[in-house]
Design a protein around this ligand. Structure first.
Ligand SMILES: NC(=O)c1ccc[n+]([C@@H]2O[C@H](COP(=O)([O-])OP(=O)(O)OC[C@H]3O[C@@H](n4cnc5c(N)ncnc54)[C@H](O)[C@@H]3O)[C@@H](O)[C@H]2O)c1
Length: 356
């Protein structure tokens, strides 16, 4: 073939793809699944062969993205089990469905031997998290969780700096996620029985980073929260619109964390500050501020998109059967720390880690 015919024939190129090509399927192509699909299409050596979603328009939109990226049209399914049955040749599966479906879909996919990228949080409650962890333990494939911020360059550089001991011991953590409300068209977000409530469904990202910085889970949580503004908005809302939680570790360090959905535009959105004996780091920006007179310093890191980096890492981990940075052990721990806070808010009492 001439160079010209090669350029004009992507299907031929794919047929000749190197042996490290990964055949990928995706379950759930809504808001997050679409972003993960875009990242997988950008990654080297990933071919998206099948898509499952309950919603026909979303399946078709995903298929259009895949063909626009120069890949052959994927097979489309409503039922993810049918897809798994029909595609024994798939190496890896990305799952981005609502939280109340995570356990069943992840366990079934791990059981048929696929490498799995499962969106965060792990699941809805501690028992479901244990079931996913047990399935991962006996699985042939790897399981990576969608805590992609662990791959964010600023956060990764901040964490390496903290863990190097350059600032001394971590003694205090202060984080918040103060924003406007969640998008109202995604109905399941607002039902705590489907999402696990906002501390588990959304704040688990920052909690994961805080637990990573702290070096393990806290001993206790005490929280308080409610719906102070967005009552029945959207209709039937059962999730909180604000809360605060104080987490305490055995060595006395504390995380002061809050989240709310009525932050007016112009107020700051997200803070992820970790304080050590000689200074503090803002994980999101990679800025280090010292307690002595030294000027603040920006850590050295190359920019990069955390979702793309996380998906690339997943494909690499799957190829080499390597343990992911955001594996089930750390992800389960972080999801449980979010559940510790949730239990404390709901039960209005101090809850101990050992209770979970
Ligand atoms: N990592 C992140 O930054 C991030 C951001 C947003 C959402 N999420 C997570 O991603 C997941 C999906 O959230 P979303 O915002 O994309 O929600 P969404 O409602 O936009 O998309 C979910 C999709 O899953 C489909 N679906 C539901 N049940 C299914 C089933 N049984 N089989 C196949 N498809 C099914 C729905 O039709 C929908 O298209 C959740 O776990 C959420 O917490 C992660």
């Amino acid at each position: 073939m001439t160079r010209r015919t090669l350029v004009a024939a992507p299907a031929v190129l794919l047929a000749q793809a190197p042996s490290d090509e990964m055949r990928v399927a995706i379950i759930g192509v809504g808001n997050r699944g679409t972003a993960l699909l875009a990242a997988a299409l950008k990654a080297k050596g990933a071919r998206i062969v099948a898509v499952a979603d309950l919603d026909e328009a979303r399946r078709n939109a995903a298929a259009a993205r895949i063909t626009e990226a120069g890949q052959p049209a994927p097979k489309l399914y409503t039922d993810f089990r049918q897809m798994l049955d029909a595609h024994k040749d798939v190496d890896a599966v990305i799952i981005a469905t609502p939280v109340d479906t995570h356990k069943a879909i992840a366990v079934a996919t791990l059981e048929v031997g696929k490498h799995v990228y499962l969106e965060k949080p792990v699941a809805l409650d501690p028992a479901e998290c244990a079931a996913v962890a047990a399935a991962a333990k006996s699985a042939k494939g790897i399981l990576q969780l969608g805590f992609q911020l662990r791959h964010d360059p600023a956060r990764a550089a901040s964490m390496a700096h903290l863990h190097s001991g350059a600032l001394g011991k971590v003694i205090y953590l202060h984080a918040h996620r103060h924003t406007g409300d969640l998008p109202h068209h995604i109905e399941w977000y607002f039902d705590k029985k489907r999402s696990g409530d906002i501390i588990v469904e959304q704040a688990c990202h920052i909690i994961d980073l805080m637990v990573w910085a702290a070096g393990g889970p806290p001993e206790t949580a005490y929280g308080s929260g409610g719906i102070n503004l967005l009552r029945d908005e959207p209709r039937g809302r059962s999730i909180l619109d604000n809360y605060s939680v104080l987490y305490e570790w055995a060595d006395g360090k504390r995380l002061n964390f809050s989240q709310m959905y009525f932050d007016p535009p112009g107020f700051s959105g997200i803070k992820e500050r970790v304080y050590a004996e000689r200074g503090a780091v803002d994980l999101a920006t990679g800025m280090v501020h010292y307690l002595d007179k030294r000027p603040a310093q920006k850590l050295d890191f190359a920019p990069g998109d955390s979702t793309e980096l996380s998906i690339e890492a997943f494909l690499g981990n799957a190829r080499g059967k390597k343990r992911p940075l955001n594996d089930i052990v750390s992800a389960r721990q972080s999801t449980l720390v979010a559940m510790l806070g949730r239990k404390s808010i709901y039960e209005k009492r101090v809850v101990r880690w050992s209770e979970l």
